[in-house]
Design a protein around this ligand. Structure first.
Ligand SMILES: C[S@@+](CC[C@H](N)C(=O)[O-])C[C@H]1O[C@@H](n2cnc3c(N)ncnc32)[C@H](O)[C@@H]1O
Length: 283
């Protein structure tokens, strides 16, 4: 059944984004590892894990490895991504414990098993009503279980200091303004409040937020450069109406596959970011 929400027109075609989401999932490995250590201290026994909006299941695989006694269900609305998740699980020898489930959020949540850990990375901000989505995630928790959402962090950095001063900050302001004005850049919905408050408003008990760095150092590999170029193109597509001609020219140079000072060729570009995880429990 099709669901029509105001941001549908801007929502990405998730099924087509497999390779990109695998790259981003692998980039986020330190975030998942750090969260797994944190959550292991908070929850005495983790038997069932839901990876909500798992995409191609990179985090699901890492969580299955971190909690060898747990079964993990990778849940997503995009069947092509779950195919990738199953192939990945088979390659890692995890098929017994890592399964997939096609589901539309938040409507299909009640049909999922209850869990001791619910991981939702980069997903809640795509739900039509983030607070209500969190409330429903809370209902899928076993007593003592936690939900860990990845939302925000630090804006991605990829140029050495001194190169294109202020460009990334101006792109960020443009995206923030669009969100504040009720647009849905890249299908993102503003929760209208800080995530800890939104978790509390959803009836959950907020346990804390931690951030974890991820990095690919210079010089980047070909696939890393390709990902970064696409990422910058996407930011430009979202923000271009609000950027000055000089900034648009700088971005055009950076994404040009033939420009010697573009991301494709220069040896000083890198990938550096941080992801923040907010954790909450039931009750
Ligand atoms: C930004 S990706 C995040 C993927 C992965 N969790 C990660 O952190 O790399 C968002 C994922 O949520 C899924 N998704 C978004 N909205 C959804 C919805 N309403 N129902 C089911 N899945 C949804 C998409 O198919 C996509 O795989």
């Amino acid at each position: 059944m099709a669901h029509h929400h105001p941001h549908d027109a801007d929502a990405p075609d998730w099924n087509a984004l497999g390779a990109e989401l695998v790259f981003e999932g692998e980039l986020a490995e330190p975030i998942v590892a750090g969260t797994a250590r944190w959550v292991a201290d908070l929850v005495p026994e983790i038997a069932t894990i839901l990876d909500i909006g798992s995409g191609p299941g990179v985090a699901a695989g890492l969580l299955a490895a971190a909690f060898p006694g747990a079964r993990v269900v990778a849940v997503d609305g995009a069947p092509a991504l779950l195919d990738l998740a199953r192939q990945r699980a088979a390659r890692l020898g995890l098929s017994e414990r890592l399964t997939t489930r096609v589901a539309t959020l938040p409507d299909d949540l009640p049909s999922l098993p209850v869990a001791d850990l619910i991981w939702a990375s980069g997903v809640v901000h795509h739900l039509p009503d983030p607070q209500q989505g969190l409330q429903q995630l809370g209902r899928q928790l076993r007593p003592g279980g936690v939900v860990a959402i990845r939302e925000g962090g630090l804006p991605l950095r990829f140029l050495p200091e001194g190169a294109e001063p202020g460009l990334l900050a101006r792109i960020e302001v443009a995206c923030d303004e669009l969100l504040a004005e009720g647009h849905h850049p890249g299908g993102v919905v503003s929760p209208g409040a800080a995530w800890p408050d939104t978790l509390r408003a959803a009836g959950l008990s907020y346990r804390g937020s931690r951030s974890f760095l991820f990095e690919r150092s210079a010089p980047l590999s070909g696939p890393e450069r390709d990902w970064l170029r696409r990422r910058l193109e996407r930011l430009r597509d979202v923000a271009q109406d609000r950027l000055a001609p000089g900034d648009l020219e700088a971005i055009a140079r950076l994404v040009d596959p033939h420009a010697p000072d573009g991301i494709a060729h220069r040896d000083d570009v890198f990938i550096l970011g941080a992801g923040t995880i907010h954790v909450a429990a039931v009750g």
